[in-house]
Design a protein around this ligand. Structure first.
Ligand code: GTP
Ligand code: MG
Length: 264
């Protein structure tokens, strides 16, 4: 099967945050490098006790297509992404993607995500558009994920179907307009906040179908406090937006359907 052809002169990097992903990191690095011969990878590791960073340093692509940013300790997913995105923006990359290390996000859909940036500012690998789905998830995880997206849609009024997705690609100017380095949230809230800022700032957000597979190795870092953070922050953002609108300041919501689309 022929995948989308990508324009050759753009510099692309995939940011992968890791914490104790020794069981997965080499497999995901190899799969990404194979699926997208034109991309580089930045692993952002929070000094994982299981030696994830040493495995990255030992990878045959290290120093060429594989890069490593080590942070002093576990500081959360959002903080790791902010550090990785800052590195990528400083490095002058044109297109920047993000994905988990646990193979939940299919590396072979990266070319489709980058290809979608030809007509979009942000491309979201989406479980909840036609052609997308989840595999091997328990009923409770399915309900939490679906329920979370319904909640986000209702409270924030965004038409993005998978606002919590962690598999995305951005044009560099989109990351700057989203002010991703100025975001404060960490877990799923980090993904929601960027979705919210992108739509509110009138960026073109498109959803590309993917099949999400539950991790089979390593341990999940998902926790109740991560879910609570998302629930509360969404309410706070909406409240602040309504307050600012009453005062006549702040951004106007962009609900134009032309701004959010779904790619097959
Ligand atoms: N650098 C860094 N990476 C993290 C941190 N927390 C999670 N990660 C990584 O972020 C990605 C997503 O974390 P997961 O534990 O898979 O969380 P999840 O996908 O929401 O939950 P599951 O579906 O249960 O796997 C993985 O690559 C983790 O290793 C952190 O504090 N620092
Ligand atoms: Mg995961």
């Amino acid at each position: 099967m022929n995948g989308p052809q990508l324009s050759g002169d753009l510099r692309r990097v995939v940011v992968i945050p890791t914490y104790d992903e020794a069981a997965n990191v080499i497999v995901v690095l190899d799969a990404v490098l194979r699926a997208s011969p034109d991309v580089e990878v930045l692993v952002v590791d929070d000094s994982s006790p299981d030696g994830t960073a040493d495995l990255v340093r030992a990878h045959r692509g290290f120093g060429a297509r594989v890069h490593l940013l080590v942070r002093p300790g576990k500081g959360g997913l959002g903080a790791a992404y902010r550090a990785g995105f800052a590195w990528a923006l400083d490095g002058g990359y044109d297109e920047i993607a993000q994905m988990d290390a646990d193979l939940s996000h299919p590396p072979d859909r990266l070319p489709a995500l980058f290809a979608a940036l030809e007509t979009a500012d942000v491309a979201i690998g989406s479980r909840y558009v036609t052609g997308g789905g989840v595999q091997h998830w328990t009923l409770s995880r399915r309900l939490i994920s679906r329920g979370g997206n319904v909640y986000v849609g209702l409270v924030l009024g965004t038409s993005v179907r998978d606002a919590t997705a962690g598999f995305r690609a951005f044009r560099r100017d989109a990351l700057i307009r989203i002010d991703v380095l100025g975001s404060a949230s960490n877990g799923y809230a980090f993904q929601i906040e960027n979705t919210w800022r992108a739509t509110r700032r009138g960026l073109r957000v498109t959803e590309v179908p993917i099949t999400f597979t539950d991790r089979t190795s390593g341990t999940s870092k998902m926790s109740g406090s991560i879910a609570r953070e998302a629930l509360l922050r969404v309410l706070v953002w909406r409240w602040r937006e309504l307050r600012d609108r009453i005062r006549g300041v702040g951004e106007q919501p962009d609900r134009s359907p032309a701004r959010s689309s779904r790619a097959a």
